[in-house]
Write a new protein. Sequence first.
Length: 95
Amino acid sequence: MKLSRDQVLHIAELAKLALSEEEIELFTEQLSEILAYFEKLNRLDTSAIPPTAQVIDMRNVTRPDEVRPSLSPEEALANAPQRKGNFFKVKPILE
């Protein structure tokens, strides 16, 4: 499937990209090649392949939680620029 110049400009507009003439030509060719590759993939028979969420075996590699000694509030807040009681005081994110 060969993309047209207008289609590439439409994609660029959706992505809020300003493209030069050279980039338009380059992306027209590159995006067309990508779509051609997907067409090849669509022709493959995948009926014998079960649906999967992950292609590699995923397992939890974290250690179990265990209680260990930690810093006291005074030690943790010793170098805090600002604090309020036993908490770090930070600027509000949303005002």
